[in-house]
Ligand binder design. Structure first.
Ligand SMILES: [Zn+2]
Length: 350
């Protein structure tokens, strides 16, 4: 993997900072994704200020989540950070066929949940003031929606570049690309953490024949405690960066959004690691308490950060390569160019 010299220098010169998935983990996923980009990707994103902005933005959805109760339910919200995938089948749905449009899914899930109410825990209204506990989560929908915002930003950037956009219009469009890349980074990073994909998100729940931990705090240990204890840095992982590979976005026979399907497949692959993660915990390999972190525990976290970076890089490249033609804006800019040319001609100035 050939790295862009500029980014490599930034990564290698950065101080050896400990990171946690909650903060520096998201930064790391975005930095690994930046390192995964092909040489011909628009260079402005890897300018140091923009690369740093993307890494900063990768944490912004957690800021929304932490401070604003009115954002909890939808949008840049609590429920966009996860999907308790087991709840889909409990509601009679299949992760491989659920609607890719969020509101279609909401309707289907609400109906399925009502029809199979016996399979769901009773929601205590006192603990549900933000009305989030009825929902399984929306992680792959959030990934797909933020992907399409990035795709649109690349589309209007190209329109301004091709059709006489002012330096300010081009700079604003580039800033929008950077913003959309950073927000997408958050949700993509979350879905690389197995405990963001399961009802067992903070200790095993329900039947537990294997005797996995039921202790609260397991989630935050994986999010941050374990990573701090392993002293991982972005620079440690950069040599193993997986090059970004664009998705092929063909029209699907089931009419679902192929980006959503890719996001769901990614989430399902992460979900397959839930039980192996609990097994590592049971075997004492995750460094909890006085235990050292075993090589298997360290490898697990490293691999998830690398996979998150690879998925994010692939989404970014796909959004760039498949940016839609912004027909409306292009028409308007064409008219503006024609008006300016006519004014110039009538003024007699060259
Ligand atoms: Zn999150």
């Amino acid at each position: 993997m050939k790295l862009r010299p500029l980014l490599l220098a930034v990564v290698l010169l950065a101080p050896r900072v400990l990171f946690a998935w909650g903060f520096d983990g998201h930064r790391t996923v975005s930095q690994l994704a930046l390192a995964s980009l092909p040489q011909d990707f628009p260079a402005f994103v890897n300018q140091p200020a923009n690369a740093d902005r993307i890494a900063f933005l990768a944490n912004v959805p957690d800021r929304w989540r932490n401070v604003d109760p009115w954002l909890d339910q939808v949008g840049g919200s609590w429920t966009d950070h996860y999907l308790d995938i087991e709840q889909l089948s409990e509601a009679g749905l299949d992760a491989h066929t659920v609607p890719s449009m969020r509101l279609d899914f909401v309707v289907a899930f609400a109906a399925g949940r009502a029809a199979h109410a016996d399979k769901f825990p009773v929601v205590d209204p006192a603990k549900n003031v933000d009305h989030t506990r009825e929902w399984a989560g929306f992680s792959p929908w959030a990934i797909a929606e933020n992907f399409h915002k990035l795709q649109a930003a690349f589309g209007y950037l190209k329109a301004y570049q091709d059709l006489g956009g002012t330096p300010e219009e081009i700079a604003n469009s580039q800033a929008d690309v950077v913003y959309a890349m950073g927000i997408l980074a958050h949700y993509t990073g979350d879905a690389a953490q197995p405990l963001h994909t399961t009802i067992h998100h903070d200790g095993w729940v329900g039947a537990n024949p294997q005797g996995y931990t039921t202790q609260r705090g397991f989630h935050s240990w994986i999010d941050s405690g374990l990573i701090i204890k392993t002293h991982l840095t972005t620079a440690d992982l950069v040599p193993r960066v997986i090059p970004a590979i664009p998705f092929v976005l063909g029209v699907r026979a089931d009419q679902r959004d192929p980006v959503f399907v890719a996001a769901m497949d990614y989430l399902l692959a992460t979900n397959a690691l839930v039980e192996p993660l609990y097994q590592l915990e049971k075997a004492g390999k995750l460094g909890r308490g006085e235990q050292p972190v075993a090589p298997e525990g360290r490898a697990f976290i490293e691999n998830q950060l690398l996979k998150g970076g690879a998925m994010l890089g692939s989404l970014w490249v796909t959004a760039w390569k498949t940016a839609p033609v912004d027909t409306y804006l292009r028409t308007e800019l064409g008219k503006r160019q024609a008006t300016a040319a006519a004014a110039k001609a009538s003024s007699g100035k060259p």
